[in-house]
Design a protein around this ligand. Structure first.
Ligand SMILES: C[S@@+](CC[C@H](N)C(=O)[O-])C[C@H]1O[C@@H](n2cnc3c(N)ncnc32)[C@H](O)[C@@H]1O
Length: 344
C-alpha cells in the first residue's frame, strides 16, 4: 500500500488492501490449512474432501499460493511450513485462539462506522467473563510466544530480584524474563481466569517454578508487596489518560527504592501522534473493543509518569524485527529513597 495517499491510484490501491486478509480469513473459516495438513492435494480430491465448489476453491487456493501460504506445483497444492504448523489445528503449535481473536476483529472492523458514530465499542465481551478471559489470554500467549524472549533479551535486569508482570495475562513475558535472568523471581498479576491460563503455561516451563500469581483488579485493588521491576505491557491502551495516570500514581509505591517501571505499548513516536502506522490503526481496535482505550504518544505518557513522581524517564529503543511494537518502550524509576519500604 502506498502511503501517504496522494493520487487516485494510491487511493484505489489503499482501498483494495482488504482483499488478501479476506482470502486468508475465508481459508481459516473453511479450516483449509487443517484439512490440507501434511498431504499434497489435487483440486478435485481437495474439493471432494471439503465438499466445496471446485471453481471457488481453486481460485481461493491460487490466491493463497500467490501469498505464500500454500505451495502450488502444477495441479497440486500443499501447505507452506507456516500453514502446516501455526495455522493447522492438528499441529501442536497451532495458534488457534489468536486466529479466532483476529477473525473476531475482522467482524468488529466491519462495524467501525457504528463505533465512530457512538464512540462506544461494538465488542461487548465482559472483561471478567471467565470463558472470554481464558480464550483472550491464550490468544495473548499465541501472539507473543516468539516476541517475549526477544524483548527480554534486550532489557538488562542485572541486580533485580523481583519483577511484577502487571496485567501480565498468560505470563509469557514474565516467563521470558525468568528464563533470561536465573536469579529473578516474578509475580504475574491479572484477573483470576487469566491466571489459570498462566499457571497451565508455567507448568510447561522450567522457569515457571519461580513464578507466583496475584489475582486482583489493577485499577482498584491495593497491590501487596514491593518489587524491583514492574513490567506493564499492553495495558495502557485499554484505558483513558485519567485511568492511566491513576495507575501510575498507585503503582509507584509498589516499587522498591530505585525500582523501575517499564511500559510497553503501541506508542506514537512522532510530533503529531500519527506514526508508526500500526499504533494509529490500533487505536481503532481499542475504539471497537473498549470503553475508554486509545493509543498514546511517548510525550503524553512521559508527562503522566512525571506527574506521578517517576524520574529518569527514557525511551528504550528495541531492535527492528525484534519488537512487540515499533519504536521502543518507556522506562522510569522511583527515587532511591522515599518509596515504600520492602515488605518481607
Ligand atoms: C492486552 S493484554 C496484555 C497481556 C500481556 N501483558 C502482554 O503484553 O501480552 C491486557 C491484560 O491486562 C489485563 N487487565 C486489564 N485490565 C485489568 C484490570 N483492571 N485488572 C486486572 N487485569 C487487567 C487483562 O486481563 C489482560 O490479561
Amino acid at each position: 500500500m502506498t502511503m501517504p495517499i496522494k493520487t487516485f491510484e494510491d487511493f484505489r490501491d489503499a482501498l483494495s488492501g482488504y482483499r488478501l486478509p479476506r482470502v486468508v480469513f475465508t481459508a481459516l473459516d473453511l479450516k483449509l490449512f487443517t484439512v490440507i495438513g501434511a498431504k499434497t492435494w489435487t483440486m478435485p480430491d481437495l474439493t471432494g474432501e471439503m465438499q466445496l465448489n471446485e471453481r471457488g476453491l481453486t481460485i481461493l487456493c491460487r490466491n493463497l499460493a500467490m501469498a505464500g501460504l500454500l505451495v502450488k506445483k502444477g495441479r497440486q497444492y500443499r501447505n507452506s511450513r507456516l500453514a502446516a504448523t501455526l495455522l493447522n489445528a492438528n499441529d501442536p503449535s497451532y495458534r488457534g485462539e489468536y486466529l479466532s481473536l483476529l477473525a473476531g476483529q475482522w467482524e468488529d472492523w466491519a462495524r467501525l462506522t457504528e463505533s465512530v458514530r457512538t464512540g462506544k465499542p461494538v465488542d461487548h465481551h465482559r472483561p471478567e467473563d471467565p470463558d472470554y478471559r481464558r480464550r483472550f489470554t491464550w490468544a495473548m500467549h499465541h501472539r507473543t510466544l516468539e516476541t517475549a524472549p526477544q524483548i527480554a533479551a534486550q532489557i538488562p535486569l542485572k541486580g533485580a530480584k523481583t519483577l511484577l508482570d502487571l496485567g501480565g495475562g498468560p505470563g509469557t513475558y514474565a516467563l521470558a524474563f525468568l528464563a533470561k535472568n536465573p536469579r529473578l523471581r516474578a509475580t504475574v498479576c491479572d484477573r483470576p481466569a487469566a491466571l489459570e491460563v498462566a499457571k497451565e503455561i508455567a507448568a510447561t516451563h522450567k522457569a515457571g517454578a519461580r513464578l507466583s500469581y496475584l489475582p486482583l483488579d489493577l485499577l482498584i485493588d491495593a497491590i501487596p508487596g514491593t518489587y524491583d521491576i514492574i513490567w506493564y505491557s499492553n495495558v495502557l491502551h485499554i484505558y483513558s489518560p485519567e485511568e492511566n495516570r491513576s495507575v501510575f500514581e498507585r503503582i509507584k509505591t509498589s516499587l522498591n527504592p530505585g525500582g523501575r517501571l517499564i511500559v510497553q505499548d503501541a506508542f506514537l513516536h512522532d510530533r503529531e501522534g500519527l506514526f508508526p502506522e500500526e499504533a494509529t490503526l490500533f487505536a481503532l481496535t481499542m475504539l471497537l473493543a473498549t470503553e475508554s482505550g486509545n493509543t498514546y504518544s511517548v510525550r503524553d505518557t512521559t508527562a503522566w509518569l512525571k506527574e506521578a513522581g517517576f524520574e529518569s524517564i527514557k525511551l528504550r529503543r528495541t531492535k527492528k524485527g525484534m519488537e512487540d511494537w515499533e519504536g521502543g518502550l518507556l522506562e522510569a524509576r522511583v527515587a532511591m529513597t522515599g518509596a515504600k519500604p520492602i515488605v518481607p
